[in-house]
Design a binder for this molecule. Structure first.
Ligand code: FAQ
Length: 334
């Protein structure tokens, strides 16, 4: 059974107005769609917890893209050539686009863009831990592209098959762009690594800075991930945090050799018996500190976002005033 409703608030009322038997029928239809690996669409009935989980994950993801523009935006004016500047500018614009697709996908679940923005600037919403680290050198642009976009691809390719239609479809385009981003980062590092001794050192230091935080992007270990089991049962997530982290490390190992650099983990080696990578313990204390808002750049990132929101107020006001004028003109004409 599919219940249709014109907007999200009506959908919620519909849901509340259902009899127990109708809810059971709607739940069975929802379960069958998930079981058959088909897609839930905005008009379909869905359990409240599924809706909430999606709003949480998609809005956090959107915020990450928007905050994620800052560490690289910081380098646009200082990129070493016009070509590098143009490439970096295009990349940062892509991240803005990703944020917009994702905010739109979240809006189909009944939350407004304004609510999500408020949650972010009032520090009530999360965004990826990775964007709370500074970018002191040009090589950090390479490390972000290679490691951060690389981790994003590993995590997001499976999300193209997420059970919620608007999220999965948004991810398809995002992943295509992320794979270009990763290659541009790899190429920056390759050039630096093959450059002067100082450039090589700068590339290695940037990899050393970003490696561990990029592993943290996949989230806490599976036995401390409260959301994974349910999100996998709903086929929002297709792999656990640790499975994706392992896959990511496996992707990096041959690539770092081509780069002529090393990964900063002396204990990293393939364990034939267990069929996975052995590695040093991730510093989960650091991860939790960053999540609690005490990372190296948390305060700066949020302040910057707040300032941008405030200085953009006149644009929102002008757009609203223009829309009102248009509506009044249309009413008069009618
Ligand atoms: N940072 O139970 P789990 C990008 C939170 S986009 C901050 O395992 P879940 C593109 C988690 O939200 C990067 N918080 O949670 C780009 C949960 O919080 P809550 C963003 C984290 O959802 C590149 C709690 O910990 N990507 O990079 C992190 O099942 C370059 C418990 O964790 C996405 O958002 C973290 N690293 O799994 C842009 C991908 N990890 O609300 C610019 C979509 C966990 O329960 C430049 N999201 N938490 O208190 C996901 O795949 C999932 O949400 C996970 C977390 C895997 C991030």
């Amino acid at each position: 059974m599919t219940l249709t409703a014109p907007d999200a608030s009506a959908r919620r009322d519909d849901q509340r107005g259902l009899t127990e038997a109708e809810v059971a029928e709607a739940q069975a239809a929802f379960d069958a769609i998930i079981e058959a690996d088909q897609r839930i669409e905005p008009r379909d009935w869905m359990p409240d917890a599924y809706r909430k989980t999606l709003i949480r994950q998609i809005s956090q993801h959107a915020h990450s893209e928007i905050i994620g523009m800052q560490p690289e935006g910081n380098w646009i004016s200082r990129a070493p050539s016009l070509k590098r500047k143009a490439i970096l500018m295009a990349k940062v614009q892509d991240e803005a686009g990703h944020g917009l697709y994702l905010y739109s996908a979240a809006q189909t679940l009944g939350i407004s863009r304004d609510e999500m923005t408020e949650q972010l600037i009032e520090s009530r919403a999360r965004y990826s831990s990775i964007f709370n680290y500074p970018t002191p050198t040009w090589a950090d642009m390479g490390a972000i592209g290679w490691l951060v976009d690389g981790a994003a691809i590993c995590n997001q390719v499976p999300l193209c098959r997420a059970s919620y239609g608007p999220y999965g479809r948004a991810m398809v385009r995002i992943c295509k762009e992320e794979s270009f981003h990763q290659r541009q980062g790899f190429e920056i590092l390759l050039e630096l690594s093959n450059g002067t001794e100082a450039q090589h050192r700068m590339a290695q230091e940037a990899v050393n800075r970003w490696y561990w935080p990029s592993l943290m992007m996949f989230g806490p270990p599976d036995d401390e991930s409260p959301n994974s089991a349910q999100s996998m049962a709903w086929k929002i997530k297709r792999f656990t945090n640790d499975e994706l982290r392992q896959r990511f490390v496996g992707m990096l190992v041959p690539q770092v050799e081509v780069l002529g650099l090393t990964l900063p983990d002396p204990n990293l080696r393939w364990n034939e018996q267990r069929g996975e990578w052995d590695m040093s313990e991730i510093d989960w204390t650091e991860f939790n500190e960053v999540l609690a808002g005490r990372g190296p750049a948390n305060a700066q990132r949020i302040q910057h976002r707040r300032d941008a929101h405030e200085s953009g107020a006149w644009v929102r006001e002008a757009a609203a005033a223009y829309a009102q004028k248009q509506a009044a003109r249309e009413r008069r004409a009618a």
